[in-house]
Design a protein around this ligand. Structure first.
Ligand code: ADP
Ligand code: MG
Length: 388
């Protein structure tokens, strides 16, 4: 029989990396850097556990400010302490409608009868439950309004079968997200606002140090190196902790492969690689039309990025890629979704009533890398459109 453990004992004979998993962005470290705003959230959770009175929270902040990780850390703490509490985490990135969010909380993976989801949901959520809706910006405003309505009126307007209470924690990047809620929903939700500012270099250093202790061998790293990474991250990468962690990983892996026993190397270069990895992770989460529309925005001359010009480019790109373009209304929807994902910025004159009309669409991503990535996904594009 093959002994699996010896096959996986890869990190036994390494000089620098003790546990590579620690540098995965989804990893919640054992030793967490507690930022001061977390105390307010923890206080809220404690009060909820003790008295069952939910004070809902809207947690906002730039990407990489630790929103997701800090809530997952609190969830783990709560579970470890064995509180009698349901803790449900859902991300709007994958579950972007009220139905999908409810189905996810029930643990259903496939689409099933909405009535069944509804019944099961109200059966499942019992006692004290904390529901975390992460990446709430990615849920369309109407669906978000419905979700907030349901939780804000839990046990009143909404019929719940038992005496359950729900504390909702919404997480998003846009500080003004709750402005899109209907006034009545907003006022009954009455969320407490918690804002995570970007990390300063001292904080990033602390985060890196805890990671290094957990994931690297003693002697494989130095405080000076981590200080430098933290400084570059704070000054050039908006204090987004993702870049610091990935840059450290990049340096560690390179040094390991070069047979060194201590991290050395080009820090700026490691950040460039880290930024590429972050963008590729974002792009790999997009659907075909999202990619083709983003691509078309990147390929439209910079001084003509009107929605009409991009739409024409998109239709041409679809014909090269052998894909049927989506209808105009769907096209607009996708552009709005890209805007919510923060990969494009849109501008248009505000108009009362229906959604904001779009005039301009500006990509916010590294355009060359995006073009290369999308051309790698759709064969015909390179032949039809590329001059490279
Ligand atoms: N306070 C912290 N302590 C330890 N790691 C952190 C902390 N804040 C952020 N991180 C790490 O930085 C990365 C980005 O954090 P994340 O929670 O995903 O940010 P956000 O959800 O705000 O975009 C993750 O890998 C996370 O584990
Ligand atoms: Mg997050």
């Amino acid at each position: 029989m093959v002994d699996v453990t010896t096959l996986l004992d890869f990190f036994e004979d390494t000089n620098i990396i003790k546990n590579g998993e620690v540098f995965d962005l989804r990893y919640v470290p054992r030793h967490f850097y507690i930022r001061k705003e977390m105390h307010r959230i923890a206080e809220n959770i404690k009060m909820f556990i003790k008295y069952g009175i939910p004070e809902h929270i809207y947690l906002s902040g730039k990407p990489g400010s630790g929103k997701t990780a800090s809530i997952k850390y609190l969830q783990r703490e709560a579970e470890m302490r064995g509180f009698n509490l349901g803790f449900y985490y859902v991300s709007g990135r994958e579950y972007n409608t009220k139905y999908k969010i409810m189905a996810r909380i029930c643990g259903f993976e496939r689409s099933i009868d909405p009535n069944k989801v509804h019944d099961e949901f109200f059966r499942r959520v019992k006692g004290k439950a904390i529901i975390v809706l992460d990446e709430a910006d990615l849920v369309s405003p109407r669906e978000l309004n419905d979700v907030c309505f349901m939780f804000s009126r839990w046990g009143e307007a909404v019929e719940v079968a038992n005496d359950s209470v729900v504390l909702l924690i919404l997480i998003g990047c846009n500080v003004n997200l709750t402005k899109s809620l209907e006034p009545s929903v907003f006022s009954s939700l009455h969320p407490k606002f918690v804002f995570y500012g970007s990390y300063k270099k001292e904080e990033l250093f602390e985060i890196l140090r805890l990671r290094a202790k957990e994931g690297l061998h003693d002697g494989g790293w130095s405080d000076e190196m981590l200080e430098e990474i933290a400084a570059v991250c704070a000054e050039e990468y908006l204090g987004d902790a993702r870049f610091a962690i990935l840059a450290l990983r990049e340096l560690a892996v390179n040094s390991e492969f070069r047979g060194l026993d201590r991290i050395e190397g080009d820090i700026e270069g490691a950040f460039v690689k880290a930024a590429e990895n972050v963008l590729i992770a974002t792009l790999s989460g997009l659907g075909s039309h999202e990619l083709l529309i983003l691509y078309s925005a990147c390929r439209t001359p910079e001084d003509d990025r009107t929605i009409g010009a991009i739409r024409r480019m998109y239709e041409f790109a679809c014909s090269c890629a052998g894909v049927k373009p989506v209808k105009k209304s769907k096209f607009y929807e996708v552009v709005h979704a890209l805007d919510r994902l923060n990969v494009v910025s849109t501008a248009g004159k505000a108009k009362a009533g229906r959604g904001r009309p779009l005039n301009y669409v500006m990509p916010l991503v590294d355009e060359d890398l995006t073009i290369r990535y999308v051309e790698g996904m759709f064969d015909g594009l390179r032949k039809g459109l590329s001059w490279g």
